[in-house]
Design a binder for this molecule. Structure first.
Ligand SMILES: Cc1ncc(COP(=O)(O)O)c(C=O)c1O
Length: 394
């Protein structure tokens, strides 16, 4: 155990079983540990470092903003947050933005907004239907929205007002809808739940149902948004416009920021009903603006489509070679490989030894969410390592 790992076990709450690597530096799709060892990073801070580590455009924006203005209260106008809001609105189907600090906080705000909408327009309806296998964050309400027993059971009783139904099952949503339902909340593709894709028409059917009932559709694009799946937002690929959409992760390319956006009709907060001390902070907004502007100017989402397809083809090639691979799934640069037995941990360790960071999303599955700026060369390198470790592990 290194000095840092020893100190961590002494001082830090044990909420995660860490991989025994202490990362001290990053550049592009690579990181280095405290012994100088280099790794190709296909985890990217859990789908966060969208432009890679320490992208010059982001580093420059942060440095300049840090010398200019870091924080004021939201009682005052600040320019970076307004510029970011304008860019988000101009490039999405939503009309208004609220800025916060994390994904869970963005989702909390989205649910508050939906309840406010229900209170005004749906006779006080407050319930939110979400999906089993979903992941919406770690706050108590988002644990209730997250349809996974392992996240819920330690925290009973959970806040009221959440109903979990099967993912990709429109009839289950219909059956769970009552006069108390104000919204349906879904990830377009479930990320933490295992990279689970719905049928192509599922989200459209959910939106039609919401419209029929006057309810709102909240899409959690915290993992799928900001280019990750090959369009700026995954909902574009499913032909659906949500009433509310949440963002975080890749938005700041590593700088913590969250956002929820809404159509005008759903933007029902009035002053005093929602807020955040740090939300919309000039420093984080400068990073997010630089990230988003770079992505749009350089068609990063288009490049993700190409390199993502190349990566998927390479993984399909491994599937042909290794019968223990049962499925390759995902879109863009959010991909997973599933195996016929629980070899995820062994593969993760073998990848690590060979200089590749991956995520074991389930005991029998690996998830890949590299920076969005990788090219085919990095895909070749990663799949070459996977090929080597599969030959030794399976
Ligand atoms: C789809 C989705 N929603 C919400 C969250 C929670 O985000 P945060 O950890 O920033 O609170 C995550 C995190 O993994 C996520 O993947």
């Amino acid at each position: 155990m290194s000095k840092w790992q020893e100190l961590e076990s002494k001082y830090f709450m044990h909420t995660v079983d860490r991989v025994p690597v202490t990362i001290v530096r990053g550049e592009g799709a690579r990181v280095w540990d405290d012994s100088g060892r280099e790794y190709l990073d296909f985890v990217a801070g859990w789908a966060v470092n969208s432009l890679g580590h320490c992208h010059p455009v982001v580093a420059q924006a942060v440095a300049e903003q840090a010398r200019t203005l870091i924080q004021t209260s939201n009682q005052f106008y600040t320019i970076p947050q307004i510029q970011l809001a304008e860019l988000l609105v101009q490039n999405s189907c939503l009309d208004k933005v609220f800025l916060g600090n994390s994904g869970a906080e963005a989702n909390e705000g989205a649910v508050k907004l939906a309840r406010r909408y229900g209170e005004r327009n749906l006779n006080g309806a407050y319930e939110v239907i979400s999906a089993t296998g979903s992941f919406h964050g770690r706050t108590l309400s988002m644990v209730a929205a997250t349809g996974q027993a392992k996240h819920q059971q330690p925290y009973y009783p959970l806040p009221a007002g959440f109903v979990n139904v099967g993912f990709n099952d429109i009839e289950a949503i219909k059956a769970a809808t009552t006069d108390k339902t104000c919204a349906v909340m879904l990830e377009p593709i479930q990320g933490e739940g295992g990279v689970n894709l719905p049928d192509d028409n599922y989200l459209k059917m959910v939106k039609e149902w919401c419209d029929r009932k006057g309810m709102l559709l909240i899409l959690d694009e915290i993992q799928t948004g900001i280019g990750r799946t090959g369009t700026l937002f995954a909902c574009e690929q499913y032909g659906v416009e949500p009433d509310i959409m949440t963002l975080a992760k890749g938005l700041g390319s590593g700088v913590p920021i969250g956002a929820f956006m809404a159509k005008d009709k759903a933007s029902v907060f009035v002053p005093g009903e929602h807020g955040s001390t740090f939300g919309g902070n000039p420093l984080t907004c400068a990073a997010a603006y630089a990230t988003l502007k770079f992505m749009l100017d350089n068609d990063i989402a288009g490049k993700v489509r190409e390199v993502g397809q190349y990566f998927k083809n390479r993984l399909e090639g491994l599937k042909q070679k290794y019968p223990s691979i049962t499925e390759v799934r995902g879109r863009g640069l959010l991909l997973a490989v599933e195996f016929d037995s629980d070899i995820g941990g062994a593969l993760l360790n073998a990848c690590l030894e060979n200089g590749l960071l991956v995520n074991r999303i389930r005991p029998n599955a690996l998830r890949f969410m590299p920076p969005l700026i990788i090219g085919n060369d990095e895909v070749d390198e990663a799949t070459g390592i996977l090929d080597k470790v599969l030959a030794s592990v399976v």
